[in-house]
Write a protein that binds this ligand. Sequence first.
Ligand code: BGC
Length: 775
Amino acid sequence: MNSYLKHDEWCIIEEEFVPENTRASESIFSIGNGAMGQRANFEEKYSGSTLQGSYIGGVYYPDKTRVGWWKNGYPEYFAKVINSTNWIGINVFINGDELDLFTCKVENFRRVLNMKEGYLERSFICEMKNGVKLAVKSVRFLSMVDTEIGAIRYSVKPLNSNAKVEFKPYLDADVRNEDSNYGEKFWTVVDVKGSNAFSYIISHTKKLDFYVGHAMCSIVTKNGKVEEINPLVSSTSMYVDNSFASEVKAGEEIVITKYAAVISNLNHEKDTFPGVLQKLIDGAVKKGFDKLFAEQKEAWAEIWNHSDITIDGDVAAQQGIRFNIFQLSQTYTGKDERLNIGPKGFTGEKYGGSTYWDTEAYCLPFYMVTHGQKVARQLLLYRYKQLGKAIENAQKLGYKDGAALYPMVTMNGEECHNEWEITFEEIHRNGAIAFAIYNYVRYTGDKNYLVNYGLEVLIGIARFWAQRVNFSEKKGKYVMLGVTGPNEYENNVNNNWYTSKIACWCMEYADEVALYVKSTDAAQFGQLVKKVNFKEQDEIKHWREIRNNMFFPVDEKQNIFLQQEGYLDKEQILVKDLASSERPLNQKWSWDRILRSCFIKQADVLQGLYFLEDRFDTETIRRNYEFYEARTVHESSLSPCVHSVLASRIGNVDKAYELYLRTARLDLDDYNNEVKEGLHITSMAGTWISIVEGFGGMRIRNNMLNFNPLISNKWKSYSFKVWFRESVLKVVVSNADVIIHNEKGEKISIRVYGNEHSIDAGKTLKISVQNQQFS
Ligand code: BGC
């Protein structure tokens, strides 16, 4: 852990310049706008350790696979989100010497991520080697309104003497990815144009046909008045800068405002780039920094209006949840159907590819409830459009007849993960994709989705499972051999309970949806039968036969589901008996030792109990929870949240709170010592789930919203909003009451603690908090 950030309800604040924390802070203070993102690299030169990161949604590179031992079926490449042209750079020279915090004496350093209004601010006082003392301040944001625009305001005030201040705003396309497999650069530059008013660079990825264009224009003011400086221009084949120099008196402030435009050929024809860039820059300059900034604040006010969660009485918890909501909202807005949510979002290179099962299993609920049905549908359609590729992926592994295996990691539907135990074996991902369809339809009531898109995906997935199992003569049951469950600290196991359970559930749901579509829209059903060659009777019969005869490992003595056959042969040690010096295991132990131990990386059996909760009684959930949580090291960011929800479910509020804090502050307090690589964006949605489904006990049952609120004794109250179909409800839970306000929409019927209530539009329901069983 490394907790150096100040607790604050709306801001993330760093108050000391510690070079060892620079990379971590670059991740934590990242900004984005759904279309692009930027690590919190300094504008001016920094010669200390840094990970430059400027990313554009949907622009990636197929980096040739690098493995020691090639296995048939491996993908040819790993798709990487690529570091692109540095547009934030403003080098600063004072009396000819370059400002570089790594070589200065720094005081009063303060970096603030203002989550309420969506911008990054930094200020410091420094003494340069040449003796000049400066006060420096910068503000920057990526516009949520004009999503191709970024703006920076950077000011310098010499404090102890007059000084010649020179700003060199630049664009630099000579950038690389640290995680490049062969040390290659991914970009070539197609065009560089430098002028005193408007400069641009157009670059092209060496593979695939991505073109990106970056442009800049800067304006300098002194003491509030525009400095009429005609900047010098210099450029090389991958770089362009302007130079603005001015004599500044001690105590005077000189300010540069840099406007940048960032585009790609996902949205513009490459031949039109110069004109588009010019227009974008002209528009931004005309609007001006202040107007752009005001719009930014308004846009964020609107986002918070429907997504904020308040926690009264616990600043650390409050900051944690807002940080998570902020990062999720600036990573994915649902405006572009081609984009998705990468595990690191726009904050780092690791996990290169964009889409994992994380999206369906963790992120969907957050976007569905706070950003609305359309955004959630967009996420589902993304997978629908990749069904063809999922069928190809399965074919490459030897499956046939339309069986679909969605990839573990992907950009365009093709698998690009290449560790055999995950690529070929971590197939439970298919289950999450089917579950997301169910979850979406259950929440929105949009059954049309099943008719037009959902069933086709479900058939492909059910077909895969039906081919993946085999009948064991010995057991007289169907078995699923050689899989990796969500707990990646076990590989190649037989009969992983979760994978087999979700597989059977998928076949059951596909069966149910097929019957539904056939009975509501026979014509559409007929077309689909033809399109996918669905042998309805035979296939459904086969799915039923498997479901009814599937083998599930259990331990009868302890009355628990077994993670996999043989799990209890392992030496059983509890996490509480592990020395803290041994953790995290994945940094301290050999892989051999991890695989043979009983320790669990993340929810596995419990993932199944979370998804399919309605099928299990509270005592079953409690027994399994208590057994498995005690053996779980939570070394995946996706782990604490599911456990927190289940802890709430069985009424263990203290444990729910402990795990909530861990998920909410995972990055802020760097629990797993890896935040420097980027943030854990997808698990942030799990933090939201911990509050809304965990403490708030929100469920959809029989087409109706249910709440079973609990509250931690660390909190005075908490509140969240739920956008359910036509209604927006605000739920406030305190030690005494649950107050539900019907903010928008018609009269709505809901259940609280199992009792039905209706709330008229604009009215409020108030009932006492009950300390009773989940109902
Ligand atoms: C987890 C996976 C997850 C991936 C990306 C891994 O550490 O075990 O479940 O999909 O990270 O977040």
